[in-house]
Design a protein around this ligand. Structure first.
Ligand SMILES: *Cc1c(COP(=O)(O)O)cnc(C)c1O
Length: 397
């Protein structure tokens, strides 16, 4: 089909919930994508942080193919090898104790919210039945379900779909006094944060704040939860961003990059709460699907220490290069590894549209930033080709 034919079918038959760009994509190799007509795009988006090992990755595709021929799905009523292996790998490399597998970020976050509320109810339910509030941060993003929208600390997500789930309060990031005051009210069971806020603008939390938050939560037996749906699986140069920050949260969610392009997510729990969710408390039909699990095992094999060191190195290279241009419309670069925000003057979307025209796919974040989120395996040549386009667009504005 041509791009025009694809777009026509989409506009006639798909709920138009997405503001799509005027681009259809057919295939890719490495970090380069091609339209049906053969136009090439350097990809600084990785399907929003998902395609961690790039396009046309042979070993990844082989792992999926082999597992699909053996056993594609069997439900959580039975044991399978890829599932058990993936659980072992993830816990060993994260320092966490146990995992629950889900299928996406929003669903993983629903799971961690249930875990936090049950943890508190099990321990304090008799004396303090209202100890169920979860504190999240302003500018956060936690998903699109009715509950994770309520968790999201951005007012413009809190409309249309009333009534939202109760029991969330939002405080400014990096403000220890504000979160302390919420905990003092006596009804808080957890604090849930993105260590680097992705959708909100690629805004890293201050390391001193994160360390203090860890201590505060431990002292009050309030669970510290990390939403690593975007920051996890090597994106920041460590397998999880909490490793970069040098803390262990009580639980963390992951999704986007875990299976390299297949839908998967999950919740990792530390020893403190690894048996809170017990038989019958939580479930999902597809969670830990053998094909997605086999893909994830291969993703983790490829994202070894050398690959993660490259993520850090390439991220620094991108930030140094952008800074070296000295453009007046670039305010700052921020982030970690290959999760980079470039704060610009003007409207980020206008820059993105001009980049797309010239063959570079790029994301925005918050109201003022371009977001660079390429496959973690992107080559230096692809980075340079993408940066050349970005430089031209920044120079013309
Ligand atoms: C993308 C994202 C989500 C939502 O994940 P879905 O897979 O779209 O449900 C949640 N939290 C963060 C931090 C994200 O970046």
């Amino acid at each position: 089909m041509t791009s025009q034919e694809i777009k026509r079918l989409d506009s006639q038959h798909v709920m138009q919930t997405y503001g799509r760009f005027d681009v259809a994509l057919d295939h890719g190799i490495g970090a380069t994508l091609y339209s049906p007509e053969g136009k090439a795009y350097i990809d600084f988006t990785s399907g929003i942080g998902v395609n961690s090992v790039g396009y046309g990755n042979r070993a990844w595709a082989d792992a999926i193919y082999a597992q699909a021929l053996k056993l594609g799905h069997i439900s959580n009523l039975y044991y399978t090898e890829p599932y058990a292996k993936l659980a072992e790998l993830l816990t060993a490399r994260s320092g966490m104790s146990r995992v629950f597998f889900a299928n996406a970020g929003g669903e993983a976050n629903e799971g961690i919210i249930k875990l936090a509320r049950k943890y508190s109810h099990d321990k304090y339910g008799e004396s303090n039945p209202n100890r169920n509030v979860i504190v999240t941060l302003l500018q956060s993003f936690h998903g699109r379900t009715v509950t994770t929208l309520a968790a999201t600390g951005q007012e413009h997500f809190h409309k249309h779909f009333f009534p939202f789930t109760e029991g969330f309060r939002h405080v400014p990031a990096n403000d220890l006094a504000a979160v302390t005051a919420e905990i003092e009210r006596g009804d808080v069971c957890a604090v849930f944060v993105e260590l680097i806020q992705g959708e909100g603008g690629v805004l890293p939390l201050d390391p001193t704040y994160v360390k203090a938050l860890r201590e505060l939560c431990s002292a009050r037996d309030v669970l510290l939860l990390a939403d690593e749906v975007q920051t996890g699986i090597g994106r920041t140069g460590e397998l999880f961003a909490f490793q970069k920050y040098g803390i262990l949260p009580d639980a963390a969610t992951f999704a986007k990059g875990i299976a390299g392009g297949l839908p998967m997510g999950g919740v990792l729990a530390a020893k403190s709460c690894d048996t809170t969710l017990a038989a019958g408390d939580h479930a999902t039909t597809f969670g830990g699907n053998p094909i997605a699990a086999a893909a994830a095992v291969e993703v983790l094999r490829q994202l070894d220490d050398d690959a993660l060191a490259k993520v850090t190195e390439n991220g620094q290279y991108i930030r140094d290069t952008v800074a070296s241009w000295g453009f007046a419309n670039v305010v700052e670069t921020r982030g970690a590894g290959l999760m980079i925000g470039v704060q610009v003057t003007g409207t980020p979307k206008d820059y993105v549209l001009q980049c797309i025209e010239r063959g570079l796919l790029l994301l925005t974040a918050g109201s003022d930033a371009l977001r660079i989120l390429p496959p973690l395996t992107i080559t230096r040549a692809e980075i340079d080709a993408g940066l050349a386009i970005l430089k031209e667009v920044l120079a013309n504005n």
